[in-house]
Design a protein around this ligand. Sequence first.
Ligand code: RB5
Length: 141
Amino acid sequence: MIALGCDHGGYELMQEVIRHLEERGLEYKNFGCYSNESVDYPIYGQAAAKAVASSECEKGIIICGTGIGISISANKIPGVRAALCHDCFSAEATRQHNDANMLAMGARVIGPGLALKIVDIFLDTPFSNDERHIRRIGMLE
Ligand code: RB5
């Protein structure tokens, strides 16, 4: 189950992400928002982050205009490692090295083509399980 959260700035891109997850047959839980009317990103970033932290959802995808505000808000929830990624290399590396459990993106920064590739890499790349990465992740908590 994938937790989804966005603000008005991320709403349109989130609709593309939802269509993509449905095409892939992946289950998701949408914590809003539900239109492009102006809202406050911490509400939606943290609702999705709490679902990941509680293990209700294995991973999360959060989107705002820049991806910055919503990633900062998600990372305030203990157990969440939200990575702001706007390129494929970072999406792969953050899964392998940081075991990132949430992907943040900025809808005003990248287009849907790249965003959906980043989503796929984030969802499909396993954690390396290397001892050094496990140790460093442990030091984050
Ligand atoms: C909303 O205008 C915008 O500030 C928000 O989507 C995000 O970019 C904040 O970091």
